[in-house]
Write a protein that binds this ligand. Structure first.
Ligand code: PEP
Ligand code: MN
Length: 356
């Protein structure tokens, strides 16, 4: 259940509610109100509550509303926000704000897998902007499978991303791998990316949820995570006080080595049933093959994704990371055009203008 606390509740009434909740849960669960949209909300597993316990709760003066939610995730459940969430990225003051979700057009995030050097990043930033991208991606801290591979430029990469942001006017997204680096990365990035390998790094999820810059978080699906595990990971971020969460499907492990992963596109409409959070798709990591990126981008938008994240490199074959799945800025341009058309068809505009 989700309990909304009355904004007028006195501290005595709140304390009374807290002590009742502690008693009802046997003092063994964290009961911490989360402030969302100015309201204090408590998420609770009430599966062991009987009717008398529910009645006791509804009688509390501090309780404004109780939303019965049976799924293990509560705040990310669609029932909490049936109209769906939108996430605003970037600064309205800088004129580079982008909205992800709702009725907004699909958002295109594009850029290199890794920030390699100044020239590579700045030229890619300008090229992806010219090709129609809305947000620039680039990894400064890279979670590499082998310790002998390029690990990213670290803090220097963050400085370069800040420069690319100014030069291109695009907001930037970059990955953070350690809880202790969340505040530093949040100083530079407009969105914090939590990578597949860290989807269940709970201290990292909490730190991203509490980041003092209130940066949105893009949470990638774990390599072999179920949808429920993924939604519970998103719940950690929201329960820590950050409602600005974007889910990113990036493929899951399977037995076939032809593609890097299996892109689970069925999860997109399914997530739209289960959660109010916007969903974007990463066809680059999902397929591992650049020739599959365009068809899977079109399919993702047709499935209802609110955006795409694509790896783009000026010279994919010389990329220090993930060159095989990286596309050129020219290929990005054509994907942007194609996905705009698909989005129009999905919203009915194209069809209606033909009928009229
Ligand atoms: C990435 O986007 O650069 C990345 C490492 O992706 P993932 O976490 O999905 O493997
Ligand atoms: Mn990559």
């Amino acid at each position: 259940m989700l309990i909304t606390i009355h904004s007028q509740a006195t501290s005595e009434q709140r304390a009374q509610l807290m002590s009742l909740l502690r008693r009802l849960t046997g003092n063994q669960r964290p009961i911490t109100p989360t402030t969302l949209d100015g309201r204090d909300i408590i998420g609770l597993d009430d599966s062991a509550f009987d009717e008398a316990m529910h009645t006791l709760l509804t009688e509390q003066r501090a309780v404004e509303r109780i939303l019965p939610i049976k799924t293990p995730y509560k705040l990310v459940n669609k029932a909490f926000k049936p109209e769906g969430s939108t996430v605003v990225v970037g600064e309205a003051l800088d004129g580079n704000a982008v909205t992800i979700g709702g009725t907004s057009a699909p958002v295109i995030i594009a850029g290199p897998c890794a920030v390699e050097n100044r020239e590579q990043l700045l030229s890619t930033a300008k090229a992806v902007k010219a090709a129609g991208a809305n947000i620039l991606r680039g990894g400064a801290f890279k979670p590499r499978t082998s310790p002998y591979q390029f690990q990213g430029l670290g803090i220097e990469g963050l400085h370069l991303l800040a420069e690319a942001r100014t030069v291109s006017g695009l907001p930037v997204i970059t990955e953070v791998m350690e809880p202790d680096l969340v505040e530093t990365v949040a100083q530079y990035a407009d969105i914090l990316q939590i990578g597949s390998r860290n989807m269940q790094n709970f201290p990292l999820l909490l730190a991203a949820g509490r980041n003092s810059h209130k940066r949105p978080v893009m949470l990638k699906r774990g390599l072999a995570s179920t949808i429920d595990e993924w939604l519970l990971a998103a719940e950690y971020i929201m329960a820590a006080g950050n409602p600005h969460v974007i889910l990113c499907e990036r493929g899951i492990r399977s037995f076939d080595v032809q593609t890097r992963n299996v892109l689970d596109l069925a999860c997109v409409p399914l997530l739209h049933e289960l959660t109010h959070l916007p969903v974007i798709v990463d066809p680059s990591h999902a397929t591992g093959r650049r020739e599959l990126v365009a068809p899977m981008s079109r399919a993702a938008i047709a499935a209802g994704a609110e955006g795409l994240i694509l790896e783009v490199h000026p010279d994919p074959n010389s990329a220090l990371c993930d060159g095989r799945q990286s596309i050129t800025p020219e290929q990005l341009h054509s994907i942007v055009r194609q996905t705009k058309l698909v989005a129009q068809v999905m919203s009915g505009e194209e069809i209606l203008s033909h009928v009229a």
